[in-house]
Design a protein around this ligand. Structure first.
Ligand SMILES: [Zn+2]
Length: 64
């Protein structure tokens, strides 16, 4: 019944990307992106959100 409402989302947009674990230290846990460093969660699977979290809170963690 929800198929009309639940459109197929772009796999770029709302699916957890394994690269984010390597890039931003986030893991997929119960359909949430969980930060492996501070255990904070980001509900929306968008690279921008994870990147922003990582850069604002853990920019010193990853020496570039
Ligand atoms: Zn964090």
């Amino acid at each position: 019944m929800s198929s009309a409402k639940k459109r197929k989302v772009d796999h770029e947009c709302r699916v957890f990307n394994d690269n984010w674990t390597r890039k931003y230290f986030f893991a997929n846990f119960n359909d949430r992106a969980v930060c492996l460093i501070c255990r904070d969660t980001v509900a929306v699977f968008k690279e921008f959100n994870l990147k922003r979290h990582f850069q604002s809170k853990h920019s010193d963690f990853f020496v570039t």
